[in-house]
Design a protein around this ligand. Structure first.
Ligand SMILES: [Mn+2]
Length: 239
């Protein structure tokens, strides 16, 4: 395979009086540096998921707004922030398509949550409200390229291999939602000391890795975080 083509779903943003499809430069630059060819997939066209799936070799689901709880059978709590139905529908269709086509996926932050929901799991709409003990500050006030809380990596996980066998890694954190019930085909491979799920992977293959933190904001200073993208491109080439 030459440069593997990595689809990244865009988000619809109103800029002035114009709706735009946008992706963050962090993911684009990291994928290019890791040897991939990122392409933007416009939002709001879930019926085209199969066509887009045929164009790409791997799928990166990036960070973004909250996920509408109706996608996992709940009504919204007051703590819910902004959600975009078109984005949810588009990403869920793309994830289902990638899963059935055996395409590797990388999830980042919201991406980890949407992948879990698309494959049959659910999330906490608001961890501070719904977890019955004090949780950490998961929306850090520290600069975004700095880690703020630790995660424990599961022995034998792909993630632990990426992080050279470390068990305890400092990561950044910008979320108020997190994975709750795991999708049947996923396993938990990192969690924070307060029990919040921080990474999931495929149980039976190496197609899916999804982290709750933002390696695309840390990789310039942290080679281990860049290795998350290198591992993704390697998985895509081997799939
Ligand atoms: Mn966190």
């Amino acid at each position: 395979m030459a440069k593997p083509i990595i689809g990244i779903p865009a988000q619809r943003e109103l800029v002035g009086d114009t709706h735009k499809n946008t992706v963050n430069q962090g993911e684009v630059a990291a994928i290019i540096k890791a040897g991939g060819l990122p392409v933007l997939i416009p939002t709001g066209e879930p019926k085209l998921a199969e066509k887009y799936s045929q164009l790409i070799d791997g799928l990166l689901i990036p960070g973004g707004p909250d996920v509408a709880p109706r996608y996992f059978g709940e009504e919204p709590l007051p703590e819910m922030a902004e959600a975009d139905d078109r984005l949810d529908a588009t990403e869920i269709a793309l994830i289902k398509q990638a899963a059935s086509a055996g395409q590797p996926m990388l999830g980042i932050c919201r991406g980890a949550q949407v992948i879990n929901i698309a494959l049959g799991g659910d999330i906490y709409q608001d961890i501070a409200k719904q977890i019955d003990h004090q949780t950490y500050q998961h929306h850090q006030k520290a600069p975004s390229n700095q880690g703020s809380h630790y995660v424990d990596l599961a022995d034998g996980s792909v993630l632990q291999t990426i992080f050279h066998g470390q068990k305890h890694v400092l990561v950044n954190s910008f979320h108020h939602q997190s994975v709750r019930k795991l999708a049947p085909q996923l396993k938990l491979t990192a969690k924070a000391g307060d029990g919040v799920v921080e990474a999931v992977e495929s149980k039976d293959n190496n197609l899916i890795l999804a982290v709750q933190w933002h390696p695309e904001l840390m990789y310039k200073e942290n080679a281990d975080e860049f290795a998350v993208f290198e591992d993704f491109i390697k998985r895509v080439k081997e799939a």
